[in-house]
Ligand binder design. Sequence first.
Ligand SMILES: [Mn+2]
Length: 361
Amino acid sequence: MRFIHTADHHLNVSLSHASFKNAKAHDTRLYELKDTFFKILRHADEKNVDALLIAGDLFDNASIKIHELESIFERLNALECEVFLLIGNHDVFLYEPPYQSLLDAKNIHVFSKDRPSHDLGETTIHGINTKDFSPEHLKRLNESLDTSRQNILMLHGDILNKHDDHHLTTLKMLEATDFDYIALGHIHKPAFLRDHIAYSGNPEPLDFSESDERGYIEGTLSNKHLSTTFRPVQKRRFLTHTIKVTEEDAIDDLREKMRTCAKDDSKERDFHRIVLKGTRGEHIDIDTDKLTQYLTEDFHYVEIRDETEVAFDYAMLKQSYKDTLISVLIEEYEAMKAPDKEDEAALNEALRALLETEGSQ
Ligand SMILES: [Mn+2]
């Protein structure tokens, strides 16, 4: 049996990152989240999979319009394959009565305490919604397995960090069960925790903290033998570039470094953040608004973070802070035989700290 495992689409999420601060950019990105979801549905048909496993958080919150939900469920219902829909911590509103009729569609299967399992050929697909999860429930389900069949389990929650609000159980506990594949949702970064236990991740990233490649997991389970492949599917990535600035860099050098920090096709497609680090010359004025304006022509989205620090004029500082720790430190540094970059950085860090206290007095 062939399957696609996906999760965490958060289709109607409210995006908070600055890259979506205007309504148009925000709406466009939400369309993109949906388009990528629809692309996965198309792949399910093209690849003739038997099951589409959606491991929770397909929707972000109850603000989604009912007609919008209806059109999404119509698409699910039109698929050639069977759909197994787990309810995560975000789309828990699907339990409410107005949504029940949507879940009743003939090829869409949901899970409940009374009905945790569905048979599909030689495979049984089990699921425990986030709200219903308890270790005892999982234990009972595992004990009831017919191990002559292939068994897939769907869960939505954290199994790595016990401080997560939606921590379910441990990886060790999952490993001790008899499921042939465990399709997880909740963690947005795709991860195979074991060959047969995986988070598919969200297929379209939401901000710069989600920089890894995004996609879904395609798998085959036959005679209890599992094979899986991660399929990248995202439209755009969030990429962060760190540019090292030195005192020798003129503003035109920096402009050039920023403009060429990524390949042309990525510049046109992805979200880019450029972080400037290091020491800039005294006379260099980094106007991030102006530079962003300049780069915007080449980039789909770009933002600049200036984390540079200005180089110190030691002679001037010695003059102004005569007979203080500041001048003593500079003199000690100048008396060194062969100071290296690290010595200089240490001095500058100390000076910065001292000047900050000076300023606050
Ligand atoms: Mn979640």
